[in-house]
Ligand binder design. Structure first.
Ligand SMILES: [Zn+2]
Length: 248
């Protein structure tokens, strides 16, 4: 799609009115649907892992969560950020809302997972109701989520970091920002929640507390850990989420 056409699409997306943005208050059912690029679909277990970890992060007490797999979509780039920034994925989702094209979007989060690189930011991107992220080959290396486990804190390893970025981008799609995230001491390590994620250790990130006022501990000489659980601050924001797209 040419850039001008994309800007028109995103312009109308920004105003949201044209495609039936409505307020559903309170949201009773939160819908997250994910798709895979053709390259992402070549790895075993990726849809199962994405479903499991999205449920782990987003199955919160104030809504019923519906996570679904939308299938495989051909895209022109595996770059998990550019496929949204350059408009390709948002255009697909918006076309779907109008009943055109191959995909059937859902109201709340429409997430594309590609096999893009996960070393250099940006590795994913999220705008209202639409997100994308790379890293399918790393997701394939994750252990399955076992029923009953809490996963309060997990090691800072590439597969876990990649899955936390996936949760992070889905969080952006629901209106969360980086300062809804927190860090906290866990033994001799500092653990970062999904919205702060690796920014916790980025010297260029200048926030020292969450938007709810929780001050981040010093990270010097401490190990790194991650959690898939949203902070209380992020959960309060999610509880106030008032809905997304509807098809008229
Ligand atoms: Zn972010």
């Amino acid at each position: 799609m040419k850039r001008r056409a994309f800007l028109g699409t995103v312009g109308s997306l920004g105003s949201l009115g044209v495609i039936g943005y409505t307020s559903r208050s309170p949201v009773e059912t939160l819908e997250i649907r994910f798709w895979l690029s053709e390259q992402a679909a070549t790895y075993d277990g990726v849809p199962d892992r994405i479903r499991e970890y999205l449920q782990l992060a987003f199955d919160l007490e104030f809504w019923t969560l519906e996570v679904s797999f939308g299938g495989t979509v051909p895209v022109s780039t595996e770059d998990g950020a550019n496929v949204t920034i350059h408009g390709e994925w948002p255009s697909r989702v918006v076309a779907g809302y109008f009943g055109r094209g191959e995909i059937t979007p859902v109201a709340d989060v429409n997430l594309l997972v590609t096999d893009g690189q996960m070393r250099t930011a940006p590795t994913g991107y999220g705008i209202p109701h639409i997100a994308s992220v790379g890293g399918a080959r790393h997701i394939a290396e994750l252990e399955p989520v076992e029923f009953g486990d809490r996963y309060d804190v997990v090691p800072y390893r590439t597969p876990e970091r990649v899955m936390q970025v996936l949760v992070h981008e889905a969080g952006h799609a629901l209106g969360l920002n980086h300062d809804h995230g927190v860090t906290f001491r866990k033994g001799d390590a500092v653990a970062a929640s999904p919205m702060l994620s690796a920014y916790a250790w980025d010297p260029e990130y200048d926030g020292d507390r969450s938007s709810c006022g929780t001050v981040y501990p010093e990270t010097d000489d401490l190990g790194r850990k991650l959690t898939f659980s949203f902070s209380a601050c992020a959960q309060r924001r999610l509880e106030g989420y008032q809905g997304g797209f509807t098809r008229k």
